[in-house]
Design a protein around this ligand. Sequence first.
Ligand code: ATP
Length: 503
Amino acid sequence: NDDTFKKVISHAKEYGYVFQSSEIYDGLSAVYDYAQNGAELKNNIRNYWWKAMVQMHENIVGIDAAIFMHPTTWKASGHVDAFNDPLIDNKDSKKRYRADVLVEDYCAKLEGKINKEIAKAAKRFGDDFNEHEFVNTNGRVLGYKEKIETTLKRLAKSLENEDLADVKALIEELEIADPLTGSRNWTEVKQFNLMFGTKLGASAESAMDLYLRPETAQGIFVNFLNVQKTGRMKIPFGIAQTGKAFRNEIVARQFIFRMREFEQMEMQFFIKPGTQKEWFDYWKETRLKWHKSLGMGNENYRFHDHEKLAHYADAATDIEFKFPFGFKELEGIHSRTDFDLSQHEEYSGKKLQYFDPEDNSSYTPYVLETSIGLDRMFLAVFSNSLQEEQLDNGTTRTVLKLPAVLAPTKAAVLPLVKKDGLPDIARRIAEELKWDFNIDYDEKDAVGRRYRRQDAVGTPFCITVDHDTLEDNTVTIRHRDTMEQKRVKIEELSNLIKAEVDM
Ligand code: ATP
């Protein structure tokens, strides 16, 4: 719900995970920066994916294609001429797209209108304008400010459902003049380009119009033959890649769920035509298993099979995850037939075929794609891990129960007190462990507070050096989730940590 999501966003900032981009300039809409802990978590998620997809599959290799691509790429892919998104290929989707534009417009104007109203009211009634009362349609008496807040909340809610009718009804109910009256109707809404344009070349005459890629997949398709030949790959095989993608999203409002600059982790699996059904099932199952392996609750995932398919796709499903605002797409699995490779053959005039030595024939392979947003996965992991626990002693603790393999810092080393040589031993332990893990060293404040701080930032282990350590070379190791403490030998630490955090 709303409050949980707000907590997620503020925790992400407070504990150095996600900052708004250019915050000192009041930020840039739907663009975010990953902070000191966020960058580590993001790297760990990326590595966890890469390991499962590339390292563990003999027939999948990884590449790192450029963000800039020859502009014809986007004609072949359908991004330039189609209605912005090649998947959007039917009237209904276009309508929805236009509705999105309209909704965004309504919101911007409505928000502007509301801010103006607040300013007007403040001018008229003075700063305590909230004392002036309003009666809403249910006969409830509201303060002015409260009325405006309720309005915004409901507006945000209806937006989440992407329900235009709600927004319109709301506008009517509030008797706010329709900000669009007379100026626009559904057919007039200008086409929005999803892709960000830029120029290559210094002088105006020679400059070439380029796009920032809206998906990483095309870098794989255009390299299909290069990889197949140089890697001597035999079908079925896959090419994986992670990297930035850019989309000028119209409705971009849910923190890092929908960003304008984001990162994708994609894998295109090249197969023999006719085998797509079996590979579609294989990748559905394999990807779901990967998600479940993180232990974030099997009940938080479900498939959403697409009924309406793009003309070239013959099957598509989303893996949906239960975000704080409900089940939403986390990953897409698409059976794309030979659409992409055929398009590139047509536009480039080059053959992109595979010679199958087994039946002595050449064909354009079919493609099975798995595509997941790294930032969206980050949000899934982060929001699922943030928990408030009631403790036996009546207090609550905030704990970020990140899967240990993904946690930014694996252990914190804490001298019980800042004297008697304990800091020296603690530093030595940290120095030793940091060859294998990200380690934090913290000697400030009482140890209980340090534990809480590590809980909130998601560190799976705390290692405490106390006076007994001086006698017997043992330390206390405390587990974040159970808060259980165990006495162990210093030499055992590395293996104990490894057992839980290794990918
Ligand atoms: P949506 O329906 O949410 O817009 P999509 O169907 O356009 O997503 P794809 O083009 O299939 O998404 O991209 C694959 C994955 O990339 C998505 O499942 C999602 O995790 C991620 N993704 C897409 N757009 C964004 C975005 N604007 N910000 C963050 N992640 C995104």
